[in-house]
Design a protein around this ligand. Structure first.
Ligand SMILES: [Zn+2]
Ligand SMILES: [Zn+2]
Length: 110
């Protein structure tokens, strides 16, 4: 079983937390567990935060979907892979806003 946090190393520790609908359990490798505790948050809080950002931030360089929307560029080659859905949605939105400057919409020709 791999570490839920980094997904790279083998998990050797687990952390159970009681939540509203039961018990949430996450598994961690020792490296992640130690570094999370050292940062001053609980492993559960760290996982919640990580899940909330999932797909919206590049773990390689820290570039966020918001950075992409503002600058329309990526921070590193991993960004596209890590945030593909966000990037595609942003590209769609940009194209849609440019479309009205063109000719008549497709499908209108009879
Ligand atoms: Zn880990
Ligand atoms: Zn990146």
């Amino acid at each position: 079983m791999l570490c839920d946090y980094c997904g790279i190393r083998e998990a050797t520790l687990s952390d159970k937390t009681v939540v509203n609908n039961g018990v949430a359990e996450y598994r961690f490798c020792k490296e992640c567990y130690v570094s999370i505790l050292r940062s001053g948050v609980s492993p559960f809080a760290a996982m919640q935060e990580k899940n909330a950002r999932k797909g919206k931030e590049c773990p390689s360089c820290g570039w966020t979907a918001r950075d992409f929307a503002e600058k329309f560029m990526f921070g590193c080659p991993d960004c596209y892979r890590n945030m593909r859905e966000v990037a595609l949605a942003a590209a769609d939105a940009t194209q849609a806003s440019h479309r009205h400057t063109g000719s008549r919409p497709e499908g209108d020709a009879r």
